[in-house]
Design a protein around this ligand. Structure first.
Ligand code: Z5A
Length: 220
């Protein structure tokens, strides 16, 4: 399979709606890869560097919302540029596996559904990402109500209210789900849709199957 990234490492991104299980499954995949002797970097967006984590807190608190969706998009892009430059590209240059919780498709789905023009999204994506494109994107798909319910249950055991995105209407979450599925249909060589409405173990197995199928020679 042809690599979209020209760098020696392997870059896998996890995408999907709230509560789809991305963080849980990234940990499980990282364990499997490390068990086979690979060096794995687990990271997330927005975030992954001090600067990008500061931008994350600012956005998720809702403080950036009054600036409008275009300005929020630029903040996501600034965070991503720093993350790619300082963490993702160096790891891929070393030959590591990079597993990232959300990346470019979250901008396409979330800011795209907020009405940001596709040409602005494309331009910022090129500036922020350069050649560090995912080799494989796993889109964890499930009905939005189930994902929101999972996210809410998890939060009831934690501090803090729903973030800026979790507070939005079911219709907006549904639009984003549709956009993720449309990206997968448009870029089947990069994206695999995983049915996330299954047990943790079944989702883990489906992900492992996809990684082996797409990146088989590298997994060993
Ligand atoms: N955003 C954006 O707008 N534009 C961008 O470019 C980027 C992001 C990069 C980041 O929030 C927000 O930023 C996000 C989009 C926006 N919107 N929101 N909200 P985040 O990173 O804090 O939130 P998240 O990505 O949605 O993460 P999450 O809610 O933590 O979901 P998750 O990582 O996919 O799920 P999880 O933590 O692994 O699982 C959630 C719970 O479900 C947990 O209790 C699990 O034990 C449980 N779970 C997981 N899998 C299962 C299964 N299979 N069965 C039953 N229960 C399960």
């Amino acid at each position: 399979m042809e690599m979209t990234s020209q760098l020696p490492g392997h870059f896998i991104t996890f995408e999907g709606g709230e509560g789809s299980g991305k963080s849980t499954q990234i940990r499980r995949l990282a364990d499997r890869l490390r068990g086979r002797g690979h060096d794995v970097v687990v990271t997330r967006e927005p975030g992954g560097t001090d600067l990008a984590e500061a931008i994350r807190s600012f956005i998720l608190s809702g403080a950036a919302e009054p600036l409008g969706p275009e300005a929020e998009t630029m903040l996501f892009a600034a965070a991503r540029a720093d993350h790619v430059e300082r963490v993702i590209r160096p790891a891929l240059q070393r030959g590591d596996w990079v597993l990232c919780d959300r990346f470019i498709d979250s901008t396409r789905a979330y800011q795209g559904s907020d009405g940001v023009d596709a040409s602005l999204l494309d331009s910022l994506e090129k500036i922020a990402v350069g050649e560090a494109r995912p080799d494989l994107t796993l889109i964890l798909d499930l009905p939005v109500e189930i994902g929101l319910d999972r996210a809410q249950r998890r939060r009831s055991g934690e501090e803090g209210p729903a973030d800026r995105f979790e507070r939005e209407t079911i219709e907006r979450h549904q639009r984003r789900r549709d956009l993720f599925l449309a990206i997968a249909a448009r870029e089947p060589e990069r994206c695999v849709v995983i049915d996330a409405n299954q047990s943790l173990e079944q989702v883990e197995d489906a992900i492992w199957h996809s990684v082996r199928q797409r990146l088989n020679e590298s997994v060993n």
